[in-house]
Write a protein that binds this ligand. Structure first.
Ligand code: ASP
Ligand code: MG
Length: 323
């Protein structure tokens, strides 16, 4: 047997009643996995959105460090409440912030990557029989700054912990039954996939499928962790995200997705000289803004248009940089 990592998203812990249900589910897992259960939780319901909106009421461009300080509080509420609910069921449970769980990130606010996880303290709790409840979406830099991993980042916390603890499976509990061919909340005929390869899932996640944070899939692929995406409201088998050989994949199309949070910037009449595009995209890269699609059409004269897309959240900063 081995350690299992379970992650519960915001809708699964939206109120105390739901937190109690999660506690029961974790207790069942604990009975099946005596080696240990690590639970990662998101902020309750729409908490993160509420916090973001409060910050925006005070500032049009809130300081990134303070923003991470603020958003990290959401997950801290859920970990403590879930630990209390578990203790009520008679289990030994302890909550840990990202920093306490040894999740070290790069020095970048609002979308930091995890560079290392020091699992010593966490493993000590596991060996003493505790269920360890870890705050998703957050980490700490080597100089003690609280960082966050980007919206939806709790999935990445869970999968990265599974990798670090050599857990073969990471269960991601969500409000749908698994990964669908398209968003089941908008398309009635969407079908649940029983399994999907890392590569296909990565593509869907990067192109806007909300079900998994893209970096969680990269991480799972790297450490060969199987992700089981399933519903927190029933016991049905969900979707297994795993290594698959091309031969096993019998379908020409796996899924269709849309990203409604893209913004397009267009630069008109850019001098058609080598080095200009490099300056534009190099400067954006330095500010850690990722550019998804670049379109440069052919023109006859000595200038050209360059259009590209960025995430909506990066639009203001990108516009300022480009200006
Ligand atoms: N609470 C964060 C968010 O809403 C992280 C997560 O839920 O995964 O984006
Ligand atoms: Mg999510």
């Amino acid at each position: 047997m081995s350690v299992i990592v379970q992650k519960f998203g915001g809708t699964s812990v939206a109120n105390t009643e739901k937190i109690q249900k999660v506690a029961h589910r974790v207790a069942e897992a604990q009975a099946r996995h005596p080696e240990g259960v690590v639970v990662v939780v998101s902020a309750m319901g729409k908490t993160t959105d509420v916090l973001v909106n409060m910050a925006k009421e005070l500032s049009s461009r809130p300081d990134p460090r303070e923003m991470d300080m603020l958003l990290a509080t959401g997950e801290q509420v859920s970990i403590s409440l879930l630990s209390m609910a578990l203790q009520e069921l008679g289990l030994k449970a302890v909550s840990m912030t990202g920093a306490q769980a040894g999740i070290i990130t790069e020095n970048l606010h609002s979308k930091a990557k995890i560079v290392h996880i020091d699992t010593d303290e966490l493993s000590r709790f596991l060996s003493e029989g505790y269920v360890v409840v870890v705050a998703g979406f957050q980490g700490v830099t080597t100089d003690h700054q609280i960082t966050t991993l980007g919206r939806g980042g709790s999935d990445t916390t869970a999968v990265a912990l599974a990798g670090a603890l050599k857990a073969p499976v990471c269960e991601i509990f969500t409000d749908v039954d698994g990964v669908y061919t398209t968003d089941p909340n908008s398309v009635a005929g969407a079908q649940k996939l029983s399994e999907i390869s890392y590569e296909e899932m990565l593509e869907l996640a990067q192109l806007g499928a909300q079900v998994l944070h893209p970096r969680s899939v990269e991480c799972a692929k790297k450490y060969k962790t199987v992700i089981h995406v399933r519903s927190s409201f029933n016991l049905h088998e969900g979707t297994y995200v795993k290594a698959m050989k091309d031969l096993e994949i019998q379908r020409p199309v796996t899924g269709v997705t849309a990203d409604c949070k893209q913004a397009k910037l267009a630069l008109k009449d850019v001098p058609d000289r080598p080095g200009i595009a490099a300056k534009v995209f190099g400067t954006l890269a330095q500010a850690n803004i990722s550019v998804d699609m670049i379109i440069q059409s052919v023109q006859e004269d000595l200038s050209n248009d360059i259009a590209f897309t960025v995430h909506e959240d990066d639009l203001d900063q990108a516009t300022e940089i480009i200006k």
